[in-house]
Design a protein around this ligand. Structure first.
Ligand SMILES: CC(C)(COP(=O)(O)OP(=O)(O)OC[C@H]1O[C@@H](n2cnc3c(N)ncnc32)[C@H](O)[C@@H]1OP(=O)(O)O)[C@@H](O)C(=O)NCCC(=O)NCCS
Length: 151
């Protein structure tokens, strides 16, 4: 696991397309995410290819960080890599002093919801209808982070 590098961006874009075939980030958005959040874009690299990524966006006052993307290449799913990336991202956010982590997930994405619940995220009771436009409802999930050494 390592930080993304500029030369990874084309491959990262392909990985994102594999992860979200219907709604990938346009390349320019990934490029700008890299520009804005270079320290919060982690990739899993097996030495020959990228297997997964996680991207977080953190408020300057550290009150909140959003998980903006998490994807594992289809051939490598179900082996614990998604959990590994999320655990490392959360560990780093906790170390920075971020107090809350928020994410959105499609209500039908049961695998992702289970992963987030197992990490301690709690879904809001009400679905946000049309959150990402018409018909694109999303569940918001939140996790309170405690500071290291404070339970
Ligand atoms: C969601 C995703 C990142 C999970 O990554 P992964 O590496 O396959 O998941 P892991 O092997 O780390 O498993 C994590 C948890 O998911 C659950 N899970 C994994 N595969 C599953 C499956 N096929 N069916 C049901 N649950 C599954 C397990 O309960 C596991 O929980 P545990 O580790 O607490 O026991 C991956 O499936 C993916 O890239 N999906 C497409 C993009 C996406 O939906 N991203 C999330 C958007 S919010």
């Amino acid at each position: 696991m390592r930080h993304v590098r500029e030369e990874d961006l084309q491959e990262l874009s392909l990985l994102d397309r594999e992860s979200f075939p219907e709604e990938p980030y346009p390349y320019f958005v990934l490029r700008q995410m890299f520009d804005v959040y270079p320290d919060h874009l982690l990739v899993l690299d097996d030495g020959t290819a990228l297997m997964g990524y996680v991207l977080c966006g953190t408020a300057p006052d550290l009150s909140r960080s959003w998980v903006l993307g998490l994807g594992i290449t289809p051939d490598e799913r179900g082996q614990g890599f998604g959990r590994l990336l999320m655990e490392e991202a959360l560990r780093r956010l906790r170390g920075l002093g971020v107090r809350e982590v928020v994410l959105t997930v499609a209500p039908a994405n049961k695998t992702a919801i289970l992963l987030y619940e197992n990490l301690g995220f709690v879904g809001e009771p009400t679905l946000h209808e049309n959150y990402f436009g018409p018909g694109a409802d999303r569940l918001l999930m939140r996790l309170r982070l405690s500071r290291p050494g404070f339970g």
